[in-house]
Design a protein around this ligand. Structure first.
Ligand code: ADP
Ligand code: MG
Length: 879
């Protein structure tokens, strides 16, 4: 599709014809950097050039003048432009790629001064990437859109690189959690929604990904029509029934894809609708806090995903990440997934066999999407051929035991893998072993596949041989042994002799060029052979491109079957890798049910366990009705946070359909999961830590119902002691009385344990600690009852605080405990004069030392200055 470019008079009058063309195209893509194709480069001009040169750290040059000023320019080579493109996209730019749509020769036919026609063939944005080099093969890159209609919100998302496409209705309160689940590369929003401050505040984390669009693009009637057109159906009823907001969001996505892909449409899966409550809702803070896909430090390594990921293909890794981000709530559906995993837990050799085969499968889905968008190459065809080639073996192995009694998903997988023998055979015969990235580079069709092509190549090769033979012939007739036939891109084939021999070169040699080291010649015969080679090569390339189009056509004719096979392969990768994980790390199959059971025996934290290899202490957790709220006390470093998180992680793993790190697990479906840590540092996001803590706690108290699971880790820690204690106190009461959800509450406020008397479903637990030879040993065991002490000072000692500080802290603690805290700080300050802090701490206090006795005997109030000085010398002598 070419652009319709109108050139306004004022520009046309002032600019060269090429600049006028440039300006008109740029005007139509004002929000993008314009990559303007000129020969082997994409050039940028004016402000684009200034910005891009800075962002890419490349030279800013000048070209001609416009309106009296020099025009800034910079450029990137077409051959290596993807790397530059990636850096620009990462830095938040959008790039419109403008190509020459005719050859300079064609332009010349229209007149000597004609400008080569150009058009933007694609707008590259963060959410519409398809290139291997621009994408992470192991994660999805979603383009999402949020729309509002009839007071409801709709969220739609698609992955252009794989064709996934879905939509869901969201509430104003749950939209942030849904967006966090998808973590889109780009989020389209109508300008109208941008004006809704409360909504925008809840999406503040995603601001960098916003792409505002005119509100008109979010019209739900147009959305419906766009979808119907896209799928070529008269009505969408076959896909499900959608709300207006959902149609508006999904329609806006299609519109945006058409806009950025300049009319080239990808294959998208049938629009699927995520029902309300189909997923466990997990908000962004909880995801961060549980380190699901990245650690708090922002790294993938050390996250839950990295710890459980045993997949061997990009598609499998993407599916696994998607499942972890979106645990299910339907026990039957979860069971189907667990059956699939179970099947491969029980069959280790089948599992290994599958994984060997899956490891060889290239990324079919992404190759397919590039082919549909017209930017596929020979390697994409090969990826599809080689991937599908693994299928017969996989299918055969799956069906070894016959269809009876095998789990539903295994059966479905076997069916979806399908039959592709003809296509695989054709691609195998057609494609050479070494393939170029782009079809236009040629030489990708295997010899023997096409007779005409073989002939052209033979002709070319024969001519080359003739040229080689000419060298010997010319050396003979000229008598110059060092004569060579060479080739370069400027002269083509030529004959070269050293300058000293030049005088011996008569007929048939025609002088072409003299350089310092040699003299170069042509001959009529050599010219003819070269023409033959060139025309054979041109014809061969044209033929190869035709064959490429044929093969692509053949693939695209079977696109649905291939896409289905690709997702079956991904599913197989996930099931076998979860099975391997379960076997390797002794995970058990969880039991999911309705109701509010939560009974974990021998639970472990998979990440911490993997980190400390072998010595992890397993713990039970039973949040049955009479003890649905656990209060967990214990010193720092005793394992409270680990215990809390491991139970949340077990719930997530179970509901995504994985085995779990426990001896046994029975879980009533969790519809919402919350996890909060008191006073977590959130300075990076620009909010006071205590404020964040309270905002997040408010969300929990306002949103959790009886099926929620809530993890609160030291809430109230971010403020003064009594403030914090009071807030923690009230929160526990509210959770118990109003939310009535399952909850784990870790705290260092031992005072809270007094609440057990009042709250029947509150149960006190503590982390066991052993004191041994004056040292504290953490047993990492959860026991019934309350901890009696915090052992904070012991931890401080482990951390290497100076002995003077430790002994001062001990005396302060002692005084506080004696006085019961409260308004006694004044007394504390009086009783423990400041300088006692400077006393060096005895290594092992065994009664007062000589020095101490002497100091105790002194009474400074009754001393004269002279006596004081004497005393000081005496003390110095003792020490
Ligand atoms: P707390 O929250 O009580 O301060 P953490 O949960 O942060 O303690 O645990 C501190 C450290 O103790 C962890 O980093 C881990 O190395 C170790 N740890 C925690 N729980 C266990 C356990 N169950 N078994 C073995 N080590 C553990
Ligand atoms: Mg902790």
């Amino acid at each position: 599709m070419s652009e319709i470019i109108d050139i306004p008079a004022e520009i046309a009058a002032d600019a060269t014809p090429m600049m006028a063309q440039y300006l008109a195209i740029k005007r139509a893509h004002a929000d993008c950097l314009l990559f303007y194709r000129m020969g082997d480069f994409y050039e940028m001009f004016f402000d684009d050039a200034v910005q891009a040169a800075a962002a890419l750290d490349i030279a800013l040059t000048k070209r001609g003048r416009h309106a009296g000023e020099e025009i800034p320019m910079c450029g990137v080579p077409v051959v290596s432009h993807e790397a530059y493109l990636m850096r620009l996209i990462r830095k938040g730019f959008r790039v419109a790629v403008c190509e020459q749509t005719e050859s300079p020769a064609e332009a010349k036919k229209r007149g000597a001064k004609s400008v080569v026609e150009r058009a933007v063939i694609r707008v590259v944005t963060p959410g519409t990437l398809t290139e291997e080099s621009l994408l992470d093969s192991r994660s999805h890159n979603y383009l999402a859109a949020l729309a509002e209609a009839q007071g409801g919100l709709g969220l739609a998302w698609l992955d252009l690189s794989t064709g996934d496409f879905a939509v869901q209705a969201v509430g104003a309160k749950s939209v942030a959690a849904a967006v966090a689940r998808l973590a889109p590369g780009e989020l389209l929003l109508s300008e109208r929604l941008l004006g809704q401050t409360a909504l925008m505040e809840s999406l503040a984390d995603w601001k960098r990904s916003f792409t505002p669009q005119p509100s008109a693009r979010f019209d739900s009637d147009n959305g419906r029509k766009r979808l119907e057109n896209f799928y070529g159906v008269a009505a969408l009823d076959g896909f499900g029934s959608f709300s207006r907001a959902e149609l508006a969001a999904a329609g806006a996505l299609i519109d945006y894809v058409e806009l950025t892909q300049k009319g080239k449409l990808p294959r998208l899966s049938p629009l699927s609708r995520l029902g309300e409550g189909a997923l466990m809702e997990i908000d962004a803070a909880t995801r961060r806090n549980l380190e699901l896909t990245e650690t708090l430090a922002g790294e993938r390594k050390g996250s839950l995903l990295a710890t459980i990921d045993r997949t061997v293909s990009g598609a499998g890794a993407r599916l696994l990440a998607g499942m972890l981000a979106a645990p299910l709530t339907d026990p039957a559906e979860i069971d189907r997934r667990l059956d699939h995993v179970d099947y491969f837990v029980e069959r280790p050799s089948l599992r290994d066999h599958m994984r060997d085969s899956l490891r060889r499968c290239p990324d079919i889905a992404r190759a397919l999407s590039r082919l549909t968008l017209g930017r596929g190459g020979p390697r994409d065809l090969a990826a599809i051929g080689n991937g599908l080639a693994e299928i017969p073996a996989l299918r055969g192995a799956l069906l070894q035991e016959g269809l009876d009694g095998i789990p539903e998903l295994v059966k479905r997988t076997a069916r979806d893998l399908g039959e592709h023998a003809t296509l695989v055979d054709r691609l195998g015969r057609a494609l050479a072993d070494d393939l170029p990235l782009l079809a236009r580079d040629g030489s990708f069709i295997r010899a023997g596949y096409h007779e005409g092509l073989d002939e052209l190549r033979a002709w070319r090769d024969e001519s080359r041989q003739k040229i080689a033979a000419l060298q010997a012939h010319y050396a003979e007739i000229s008598g110059i042994a060092s004569l060579k036939v060479k080739h370069n891109n400027v002269l083509g084939y030529y004959i070269e002799v050293p300058p000293k021999q030049a005088e011996r070169m008569g007929e048939p040699f025609i002088h072409r060029q003299t350089i310092a080291s040699s003299v170069r010649y042509a001959t009529v015969e050599l010219g003819e052979l070269e023409d033959r080679i060139r025309s054979a090569a041109d014809k061969a390339l044209a033929l190869e491109l035709e064959l490429f189009a044929d093969l692509s056509g053949e693939v695209l004719a079977r696109i649905e079957e291939i896409a289905r096979a690709a997702s079956a392969l991904a599913g197989l990768d996930v099931a076998t890798s979860l099975a391997l994980l379960a076997a390797e790390r002794r995970f058990c199959r969880p039991v999911l049910e309705d109701g509010t059971a939560f009974d974990i025996k021998g639970g472990r934290h998979p990440v911490v366990e993997a980190a400390i290899e072998g010595s992890f202490v397993a713990n039970d957790c039973n949040l049955e009705n009479q003890q649905r709220l656990w209060l967990i006390t214990g010193p720092n470093m005793a394992g409270k946070s680990t215990f809390l998180r491991q139970n949340a992680v077990i719930a997530i793993l179970a509901q995504m359909g994985s085995f779990v790190p426990a001896d046994s697990a029975r879980i009533g479906i969790v519809d919402r999961l919350f996890s909060r840590v008191g006073a977590a540092d959130d300075l990076a996001r620009g909010r006071s830590t205590f404020m964040v803590e309270m905002v997040e706690t408010a969300a929990i108290l306002n949103q959790s119902g009886p099926r929620a699971l809530v993890i609160l880790d030291e809430i109230g820690r971010g403020t003064a002691t009594y403030d914090g204690l009071s807030i923690a106190w009230a929160v526990v009461e509210h959770l118990h009385e109003t939310n009535r959800c399952r909850a784990l509450f870790a705290t260092h406020y031992h005072e809270l344990t007094a609440l057990t008397a009042k709250l029947p479903s509150l149960s006190c637990h503590c982390m066991r600690v052993k004191e041994w030879q004056g040292e504290v040993v953490f047993l990492h065991e959860v026991a019934k009852g309350a901890a009696d002490r915090s052992y904070g000072i012991h931890v401080a000692r482990l951390a290497g605080l100076p002995p003077a500080v430790l002994s001062r802290a001990e005396s302060v603690l002692h005084t506080l405990e004696k006085s019961g805290g409260g308004q006694h700080t004044k007394k504390l300050v009086d009783d423990l004069p400041l300088f006692s802090a400077m006393k060096p701490a005895p290594a092992a206090p065994k009664g007062p030392s000589e020095l101490e006795k002497a100091v105790t005997a002194l009474n400074p109030d009754e001393m004269t200055p002279r006596e004081a000085l004497d005393a000081l010398y005496r003390l110095k002598a003792i020490s």
